[in-house]
Write a protein that binds this ligand. Structure first.
Ligand code: SF4
Ligand code: SF4
Length: 193
């Protein structure tokens, strides 16, 4: 988001941000505004910070009027996701983003701005400097999941007595642990990787 930080190797590559400010004008979450309010009531700090900082556009029409290409691209990406329901999509803007493309609370900007995109699958506006990084990160996760699946298949073939060779754990228990890891990425398609 608007403002530049230097990054050390291994850290989040903040330097990739082009400071275009597009994400300050068109952000959406996987939860509706009402869900975010509910989550806030239930103690979610990230939901509280989000609704504290961002303001919802009154509707998709309004959002498209302000940031048409961004809304179109994000809707296109979301449309490919399982269970996508356009009636649940809300776009937000940040009131701290100035006409001069500056962040009015740069020193105190929330964590979600310091580390945007927060997830390799986050829908970012067209031309975002993190496009390549997101692609690489997604591929890295897919490779890890494939490795885990291959490991399970290989294990099944050698574990005659149901125990993992050399370990005090059954194949079944290990499968459950690995399945849990894979299911973390299920909404992004991990079952098919
Ligand atoms: S859209 Fe991407 S490049 Fe532009 S400010 Fe946001 S994070 Fe930075
Ligand atoms: S707080 Fe600053 S960096 Fe975050 S969305 Fe608003 S203007 Fe952008």
């Amino acid at each position: 988001m608007t403002g530049r930080n230097q990054s050390n190797p291994g850290e989040f590559p903040q330097y990739l941000c082009k400071m275009c400010g597009k994400c300050c004008k068109s952000i959406t979450t996987e939860h509706t505004y009402e869900e975010l309010e509910e989550m806030t009531k239930n103690g979610s700090e990230s939901a509280r910070v989000f609704i504290d900082v961002f303001r919802p556009y009154p509707g998709l029409k309004e959002a498209k009027k302000h940031v048409p290409d961004q809304v179109e691209q994000i809707l296109d990406e979301l449309g490919n996701k399982e269970g996508f329901d356009i009636s649940k999509v809300t776009f937000y803007y940040c009131p701290h983003h100035s006409e001069e493309n500056q962040c009015g609370i740069y020193e105190n900007r929330p964590e979600c701005c310091r580390r945007a995109p927060n997830n390799p699958w986050s829908c970012m506006p067209p031309g975002c400097g993190f496009e390549g990084w997101q692609f690489e990160e997604r591929e890295k996760i897919k490779r890890e999941i494939r490795k885990l699946k291959e490991y399970l298949i290989a294990l099944q073939a050698v574990a005659e007595d149901g125990m993992v060779p050399g370990k005090d754990i059954t194949v079944d228990e290990l499968r459950k642990i690995i399945d849990k890891k894979i299911s973390r990425w299920e909404k992004y398609g991990s079952r098919l990787w």
